[in-house]
Every structure is written in C-alpha cells, then in structure tokens.
Design a protein around this ligand. Structure first.
Ligand SMILES: C[S@@+](CC[C@H](N)C(=O)[O-])C[C@H]1O[C@@H](n2cnc3c(N)ncnc32)[C@H](O)[C@@H]1O
Length: 220
C-alpha cells in the first residue's frame, strides 16, 4: 500500500481525535453488527492480563472493565477527555489511573507487565507503525506481554481516497465529515510484519471481521 505524507500527517491525526471526541457518546451504538466480538472477550480472558496493565486508546472503557477482573492495577490512556469520562464512569472512582494524552507524543513514566489496545492499531498511520511498536516496547517490563484486537472493516462510501489509501471518511451524527486512518490489516501479514520488528506475536482471525493478537518481544 503506497503511503503519502498526508497519510501520516499531524493534521490527519488531529482530525481523527476530533472525530472520536465528537462521537464519544454514540460510539458504542456504532459497534459493528458482526459475530466475533465474544471471541475477542474470550481471547482476552484466556490471555489473562495480570499484574500492572497499560491500556492504550481506552475509549469508553469496554476493555478497561474486563482488564480490572485480572489486573493488579490499570493505567488507561486516550486523547479524548469525553471518552475518558465515559470510561471513568463505567469502572467507578479510583480503580484506574486515566491519562488524557496523544499517543503519538506521549511517553510512559513507568513500565507495565501487559499492554493492551482494542481497535487502535488500525488507526495508527502506516508510516508510524514501527515507532508505535517502539513505544509499546518502551512501556513493557522485560518479558512483558501484549494483547490487541482490531478489524479491517471499511465500507465503500468511507473510501473517499480509494481502496489503496489508509485515509477514510467517517460521518458523525451532526452531519460533519471527518478523515481518519483505517489500515486494513490481514492477520498473517500483520504477524509477519511484527516478526520483522522483533516481536513474537500470533494474530488470530475470528468468525467475523475481527482479529486479535498476543505475544511479546522475541527472545534476544
Ligand atoms: C476505535 S476507538 C477504540 C476505543 C476502545 N479501545 C475500544 O476498543 O472500544 C479509538 C480510540 O482512540 C482514541 N484516539 C484517537 N486518536 C488518538 C491519539 N492520537 N492518542 C490517543 N488516543 C487516540 C479515540 O479517542 C478513541 O477512544
């Protein structure tokens, strides 16, 4: 997939944040009506995110609540204060350290046993893929583990710059158009790319359009 400067630009990333801030309240009603969601939940439970857990792009806290069932403590980062308010209300006071920050400039102040991100990787521009995974490595204790879930679902009317572009359009209920990043990863290819960056991560499709991955840095 050919990348352009525009596909990695700060302007596009800012637009993406504005989109999620705008739709925070309706986000969960926009969930994809496909099978596979329960498989992701089961996969995360089987992974057992124990110890100190960092969640990137937590959104309204769908995963945060599940993480609390396994972890000792959870830190959750998101650029949208609206999303964080929803997540905080969902999990209750004092149970999670929420950080409102842009993941393309944020740096961790400590390391974690586990890093989790749901439906975030596909919103990382291709030109920032490697630096994002460097950030994940910097967040992890030696031997730390990663779990992620995502989908490659894009509708024809979202593809305003064509199927080869990773920039798509989403429309909020106020009628405004927003450009966001949506990279349509294919599980086996994603697994290979991660191996090339020094990760040993298995990526599993589900019965729907979702997939999940888990693993850690490759030994050595
Ligand atoms: C597709 S939602 C995923 C939310 C949640 N993880 C889930 O699975 O439901 C993407 C999330 O990324 C957040 N986000 C977008 N751009 C961001 C950025 N630059 N830094 C941090 N969070 C960002 C949005 O606010 C939104 O909550």
């Amino acid at each position: 997939m050919k990348q352009t400067d525009a596909e990695n630009s700060r302007e596009l990333l800012n637009e993406q944040v504005v989109y999620y801030r705008t739709i925070a309240e309706e986000y969960e009603s926009l969930a994809l009506p496909f099978p596979g969601d329960a498989e992701l939940t089961a996969a995360l439970d089987a992974f057992r995110p124990t110890g100190s857990v960092l969640e990137l792009a937590c959104g309204p806290g769908r995963w945060t609540a599940q993480l609390l069932r396994h972890s000792e403590d959870v830190t959750a980062v998101d650029a949208s204060p609206e999303m964080i308010a929803l997540a905080s209300a969902r999990v209750g006071p004092g149970r999670v350290r929420f950080v409102s920050a842009d993941l393309f400039s944020w740096r961790p102040d400590r390391r974690y046993d586990v890093v989790v991100f749901g439906f975030w990787l596909s919103h990382v521009p291709p030109g920032r893929f490697a630096s994002f995974w460097e950030l994940v490595a910097d967040c992890l204790e030696p031997g730390g583990r990663v779990f992620f879930a995502d989908d490659a679902y894009r509708t024809a009317d979202e593809l305003i710059e064509g199927a080869r572009s990773t920039t798509i359009r989403r429309r909020s209920s106020d009628g405004a158009d927003h450009r966001i990043v949506k990279v349509p990863y294919e599980p086996a290819d994603l697994e290979r790319r991660l191996a090339g960056l020094g990760w040993r991560i298995s990526v599993h499709p589900t019965s729907g359009p979702f997939f999940w991955g888990s693993g850690s840095r490759a030994a050595g």
